[in-house]
Design a protein around this ligand. Structure first.
Ligand code: AMP
Length: 455
């Protein structure tokens, strides 16, 4: 005790403030609103400023779909996990480590779709689409989910737009898809080249895998750890490796085109012939394989011109997947398709300053003054909308001056002014924003008069 007193005396006098001790259990956490909730890693908001790109991309996809005869299909974002495990393949990166899977309240194992082709084939089979005239041409657009390491061009939620042709084995289908994808990118102002390869059918791939294994095993000390793992689990995937140290081994690896059976070779040659005839340039890429198990024969990727040929750079990819319906337990159905990553395309469009249409600007501003006029203005605005006259208004503003300022900023040609007097007289004022000239017209005649003025 004596010691304590001594210490206190040696300090400058401090004004004592009574300290209220709050019992631990009563300490209140700061209100939640003090720090905004955060997005999950790898997910992002697509804000209004970016929407013009999305609108244009979706509209262009729809225009292409209509022109080439593809019908839109929407499948659920969540499916039984087993669908993707069977379709995409147990030993693919997607199934091994990238799926958002969980048990739902009923105890069923479900997954947020990592891609859409499996769902589309499921839908084709479960709705008996093989009974309608073939081929069935479908297109889709929507979010996909993969638990990947987020980086430029790679996120955990991303969007794909894709085209699929089911029920037709002919090489013309593969070529049509390649051509549609190519024209689609051009229409968006994105420069890309198409890389094409054939990975044959399972019968061609087995001897090829053996040759590949032999080549890689002989040079095992020169390859990365991932490739060593791939050799035992999914040997074709070594050809997907982008790590520089593996490239010399990859470049001297056997090529699958040398192992194609006669049927697969003929099929591939026909695809290329059609592309030649259609004047669609392509790059034969002997080491192109796809990361998903269901592909066979033709595979292709769209790589941006001038972009890095890294893992993140493919704008889209596709190929033939004749065995998928069978894998899913349905009747054998030849099919092919491709999908584009929408975020990657938009990033390219922005980089290239591709021209993107804006929404049409309003030509009318409807201003109101007073309670009664405001109520009437809502009805008039709806009439303008229904008549196809693009208008703007700000119903919460009360001052006419403020409303006229907004009209000026929007650059409309005419302002309609509806005040107390006009409401009582059944009229409204049309003000020419350039000349400032105002005229009074009957309320009922306003739409007709505006139509005439706007031509
Ligand atoms: P895939 O389904 O893996 O063949 O991918 C098709 C296209 O989707 C790719 O070429 C990319 O443009 C896009 N894509 C795939 N994964 C992602 C991701 N994690 N983030 C953004 N885009 C992706």
């Amino acid at each position: 005790m004596a010691k304590e007193k001594k210490v206190i005396k040696s300090k400058p006098p401090v004004k004592e403030v009574p300290v209220k001790v709050v019992p631990k259990e009563k300490v209140i956490a700061p209100p939640r609103t003090s720090s905004a909730p955060e997005l999950l890693r790898g997910m992002r908001d697509i804000l209004p400023a970016e929407q013009k790109y999305w609108r244009f991309l979706r509209k262009t996809a729809e225009d292409f779909a209509v022109a080439y005869g593809f019908d839109c299909i929407e499948t659920p974002i969540m499916e039984p996990t087993n669908l993707f495990v069977r379709a995409v393949g147990k030993q693919t990166d997607i199934v091994e480590k990238e799926m958002y899977s969980f048990d739902d309240q009923g105890g069923e194992r479900v997954t947020l779709r990592p891609e859409a082709t499996a769902s589309i084939v499921r839908a084709y089979l479960s709705h008996g689409m093989f009974n309608i005239p073939q081929p069935v041409k479908l297109w889709y657009e929507g979010p996909m989910f993969r638990y990947e390491r987020p980086q430029a061009g790679r996120s955990r939620e991303f969007h794909q737009v894709g085209f699929e042709i089911l029920g037709e084995a002919k090489p013309a289908v593969d070529a049509e898809l390649i051509i549609v994808g190519n024209a689609f990118l051009r229409a968006l102002g994105v420069a890309a080249s198409v890389q094409v390869n054939s990975i044959g059918h399972a019968g061609c791939r087995e001897p090829f895998k053996a040759a590949l294994l032999q080549h890689y095993r002989a040079r095992r000390s020169e390859i990365c750890e991932d490739c060593k793992r791939r050799l035992t689990r999914n040997p074709l995937r070594v050809l997907d490796c982008k790590i520089p140290e593996c490239q010399p081994v990859k470049n001297s690896a056997p090529q699958i085109v040398d192992h194609l059976c006669d049927d697969c070779r003929t099929h591939f040659m026909k695809v290329l012939e059609i592309l030649d005839e259609a004047d669609v340039p392509y790059v034969l890429t002997p080491h192109l394989v796809r990361g998903l198990d269901y592909y066979g024969r033709t595979v292709f990727e769209y790589v941006p011109v001038g972009g890095e040929e890294g893992a993140q750079s493919a704008l889209g990819a596709g190929g033939r997947y004749d065995g998928l319906a069978d894998i899913l337990g349905g009747r054998a159905t030849p099919a092919a398709g491709f999908s584009f990553g929408m975020e990657r395309i938009i990033a390219r469009m922005r980089e290239a300053n591709a021209p993107v249409p804006e929404l049409p600007a309003p030509s009318i501003f409807l201003a109101q003054l007073g309670e009664h006029a405001r109520r009437k203005a809502f009805a008039l605005f709806e009439k303008l909308r229904a008549a196809g006259i693009r208008s703007a208004a700000n119903f919460s503003k009360e001052s006419l001056k403020q409303q006229m300022e907004i009209a000026g900023k929007l650059g409309v040609r005419y302002a309609l002014i509806l005040g107390q007097k006009e409401v009582l007289e059944g009229t409204l004022i049309i003000r020419d924003m350039d000349s400032g000239v105002q005229e009074i017209v009957g309320y009922e005649k306003a739409i007709e008069e505006l139509r005439r003025k706007l031509g």
